[in-house]
Design a binder for this molecule. Structure first.
Ligand code: SAM
Ligand code: SF4
Length: 461
């Protein structure tokens, strides 16, 4: 879970706002934007529920466990709200994000102490909802897909994000994978215009961001109106972003194999600030399961993309997402996934047991895989993925790489940062947050790498 970015430049912060965020980086971005919208109303961030005049739970609906956690958090918040009320203090509780979108009615039925339920496409209306909630008796619910574009109604000013900033450029999904709720909770695919993205990126850079991660459920499907009146694809956008002074690093996530076009693959070899790292979910190595999942490609496409990316950028690290136990997945299908992993060699991956999501096509498919079998396949897959990640980290030892300083380390006299491959790095010495410092990677630890600074600070920008 991540908290909201601190609000900035507020003359009088009279109220406290707690935002709890689950799920993907797009939710982290949305939480920051909700804090930006509420800052002019006098809401300043807090980490304490007891202190908070307003609590927003920004939720994830991707797997069953994710939405259940929201209801247990709401149970605890009920007690906090009661205790504050006994002291004469009001608390506005809002549920935002994909659980709100999918289960709005259930939330107000199961947790009638919730004041606001809002979907991912309506959070630009928060100030109005807060005003209505303080007047209304029941909950205010806004889970439609409004005709207006929320990005046009968000404040231009963004609170400083630190050296690493997220920037949503694309939302929604038209691909309808069998297992996935995103097309229903986030709506149809939408690409923000290039001019708006470039303006936001310039502002982030001016506020100290050195690394910008472009976000979208299908980020490489981005096709946005360009300032020259044409439509650009992602490679062109990345080339333009790379020209912004101060932007030392670019990334984008999450991509779909079907949208890895030639120009984007070439961009990995041509844009030095585009980091040698790509998260490219494949889900399964079996063509039969990929077809049942409606992924729209075969394993062979993934192999070809990986080969071409590595030709363009030999040090590129690939990471991925996997689902085991999709309905109909046989032991032979699972073997095909293991063979894909062996052949590709991943630097990291997220892997999940299939979890049925109501309303998705897979939820009514035959051939359910028993829970114990799913557990055993997940363990087998995760053991291989962990070993590959360890191998990758160990192979980095001895290399000199640029590390972006993100803060202080756990021990006194240490700095913490991240490598081009997103590995957490710590080193003894001093360097300002936001500096890009060459370091020799010395040792691979379970969750990070230790390093020695080559110079105190590089001028690389
Ligand atoms: N758009 C991305 C793509 O096409 O791969 C993925 C978006 S989804 C937010 C993140 C990951 O959650 C997916 O890649 C998938 O592995 C996992 N996921 C989604 N639905 C799931 C389900 N019903 N059960 C288990 N894992 C799921
Ligand atoms: Fe979900 Fe598939 Fe769309 Fe990714 S591409 S968001 S997995 S429907």
């Amino acid at each position: 879970m991540a908290g909201p970015a601190p609000a900035q430049g507020q003359a009088r912060a009279t109220r406290k706002l707690l935002i709890r965020t689950w799920g993907c980086q797009m939710n982290v971005y949305d939480s920051g934007r909700m804090a930006d919208i509420l800052a002019p109303l006098g809401y300043a961030p807090t980490e304490s529920a007891e202190e908070a005049d307003m609590v927003i739970l920004n939720t994830c609906h991707i797997r069953e466990k994710a939405s259940e956690k929201v209801f247990s958090d709401l149970g605890r918040l009920r007690e906090t709200k009661k205790a504050r009320a006994a002291e004469g203090r009001q608390t506005v509780i809002a549920v935002a994000g994909c659980v709100a979108q999918a289960e709005g009615a259930e939330i107000t039925a199961r947790a009638p102490w919730v004041d606001i339920v809002l979907g991912p496409q309506t959070y630009h209306r928060l100030p109005e909802m807060v005003a209505r909630a303080s007047r209304a008796a029941g909950a205010v619910i806004e889970t439609d897909f409004p005709a207006e574009d929320k990005f046009d109604h968000l404040p231009e000013a963004r609170a400083p994000q630190g050296p690493v900033a997220f920037l949503t450029i694309q939302e929604g999904c038209d691909k309808f994978c069998s297992f996935c709720v995103v097309p229903y909770t986030r709506g149809a695919e939408f690409s923000r215009p290039a001019a708006a993205i470039l303006a936001e990126a310039r502002q982030l850079a001016a506020n100290g961001a050195r690394e910008i991660a472009l976000l979208g459920q299908n980020v490489n499907a981005w096709a946005g109106a360009s300032p020259d009146g044409n439509s650009w694809r992602l490679a062109r956008l990345l080339r333009e972003l790379a020209e912004i002074p101060g932007v030392a690093r670019l990334r984008y996530t999450t991509s779909h194999p079907r949208d890895m076009d030639d120009d984007l693959i070439a961009a990995h070899g041509e844009i030095p600030s585009l980091m040698p790292y790509l998260h490219l979910p494949v889900q399964s190595g079996s063509d039969r399961v990929l077809a049942a999942m409606n992924r729209g490609h075969k394993a062979d496409l993934y192999f070809r993309i990986a080969d071409r990316l590595r030709e363009a950028r030999p040090d590129l690290a690939l990471t991925s997402d996997f689902i085991v136990g999709h309905p109909g997945e046989t032991a032979a299908d699972f073997d095909a996934t293991m063979r894909l992993v062996e052949r590709i060699g991943f630097a990291g991956a997220y892997s999940f047991k299939y979890s049925a999501r109501p309303g998705t096509p897979a939820a009514s498919m035959a051939g359910l895989v028993p829970e114990a079998e799913k557990d055993s396949r997940l363990q087998t897959l995760q053991a291989l993925l962990r070993q590959q990640q360890d191998d990758f980290n160990r192979a980095c030892v001895g290399r000199v790489v640029d590390v972006l300083i993100t803060g202080t380390g756990r021990h006194p006299g240490q700095v913490a940062g991240r490598s081009p491959w997103l590995q957490p790095v710590h080193a003894t010495g001093a360097a300002p947050v936001g500096a890009v410092v060459p370091m020799t990677l010395e040792a691979a630890l379970p969750n990070s790498l230790s390093a020695n600074m080559v110079h105190e600070e590089s001028a690389a920008a």
